[in-house]
Design a protein around this ligand. Structure first.
Ligand code: NDP
Length: 303
């Protein structure tokens, strides 16, 4: 059996969701990793490094590769299915009735080779093929959430949540009173793009924020964040890497992270976050937000 990294060297931070289940503070993002061989290699590296949470989505088109990786690698590390946390997301083209959502969820489960996922998210507040300002988005979003609640109430999924929801979208959802509050809101969150109002709203309503694009995303122009001189200065002072500073900055705000990497060194570094950023440096990093550089799609335009 393969051995994992010494737990002392990586963070074992976990967050408790509003339904009592726990989620690792650091997970592994898989956006744009589509090749089966690469998925096998990075999941192997990730499990060895201590990751126990994996983030995918129907639209990433890699659920099938993850199935093979889990089937091969969980036995290699002596891990049971229950010891890893898997998130997938409902595509914007599958919003709506229970029938449509059930079918999409079953499709993801079949692709992943699983009986359940730990967390199922509405990927985006807007519905495919509807204009962002089309008011039907609101009703369809509510119906979609009701469908997820049905999956949850019937014990088909361990937790449900949303992604890319703004305060307005969350308020609309909570007002419609479906009896279940999203456990997680997965959003773009890094020193160039973060909103205190959203964090406060989520904390008040016991919704865990999970950050994506913590390192500037997978786009080619992500270096402005990773190589920012102030990030470098803090990293040098703390004797860690720039990426570790960016990830730890989120964790210290009680925000979970899901960095993506195909580089074995980066995969190890991104979970080795057992250090503390002093308050004054946390403030310096948060103040970089005045630039408001956004790397991913913008949900604020969706009604
Ligand atoms: P990240 O912010 O995680 O950045 C990934 C990029 O950073 C890659 O180019 C990677 O290159 C590089 N990188 C990773 N670690 C390091 C390191 N230690 N040092 C230097 N460079 C590093 O981007 P993502 O957009 O992938 O976001 C993370 C995850 O969030 C996604 O994979 C996906 O699971 C999720 N996501 C969710 C979205 C949503 O709408 N809900 C939208 C976007 C992402 P390399 O491979 O060479 O290490």
């Amino acid at each position: 059996m393969a051995t994992a990294m010494d737990p002392e060297s990586y963070t074992t931070t976990k967050f408790t969701l509003n339904n009592g289940t726990t989620i690792p503070g650091v997970g592994f993002g898989t956006y744009r990793i589509r090749c089966g061989d690469v998925i096998m290699k990075v999941v192997d590296e990730a499990l060895a490094a201590g990751y126990r949470m994996f983030d995918t989505a129907a639209v990433y088109h890699n659920e099938g590769h993850l199935k093979k990786a889990f089937q091969t690698l969980l036995p290699k590390y002596g891990l049971e299915r229950e010891e890893i946390f898997i998130t997938t997301k409902l595509s914007p083209s599958d919003h709506g009735s229970l029938e449509v959502v059930r079918k999409a969820y079953k499709h993801s489960l079949d692709n992943l080779g699983l009986d359940y996922v730990d967390l199922y998210l509405i990927h985006f507040p807007g519905t495919a093929k509807l204009a962002c300002d089309d008011k039907r988005n609101i009703d369809i979003r509510n119906m979609t959430w009701a469908s997820l609640v049905d999956l949850y109430d019937n014990g088909l999924v361990n937790a449900i949540g949303v992604s890319n929801f703004t305060v307005k979208h969350l308020q609309q959802l909570l007002r419609s009173n479906h009896g279940v509050i999203p456990a997680v809101n997965q959003v773009e969150w890094h020193p160039f793009y973060h909103q205190q109002e959203l964090l406060d709203y989520c904390k008040e309503n016991d919704i865990l924020l999970q950050a994506y694009c913590s390192l500037g995303g997978t786009s080619a122009n992500n270096d402005s964040l990773l190589k920012h001189p102030l990030v470098t200065k803090i990293a040098n002072k703390l004797e860690v890497t720039n990426a570790q500073v960016l990830l730890r900055w989120a964790l210290q705000q009680d925000i979970a992270v899901i960095p993506k990497s195909t580089d074995p060194r980066h995969i190890k570094d991104n979970i080795a976050l057992n250090f503390t950023i002093p308050n004054e440096d946390m403030r310096i990093l948060s103040d970089l937000g005045s630039h408001k550089i956004k790397y991913a799609w913008d949900p604020s335009v969706v009604v």
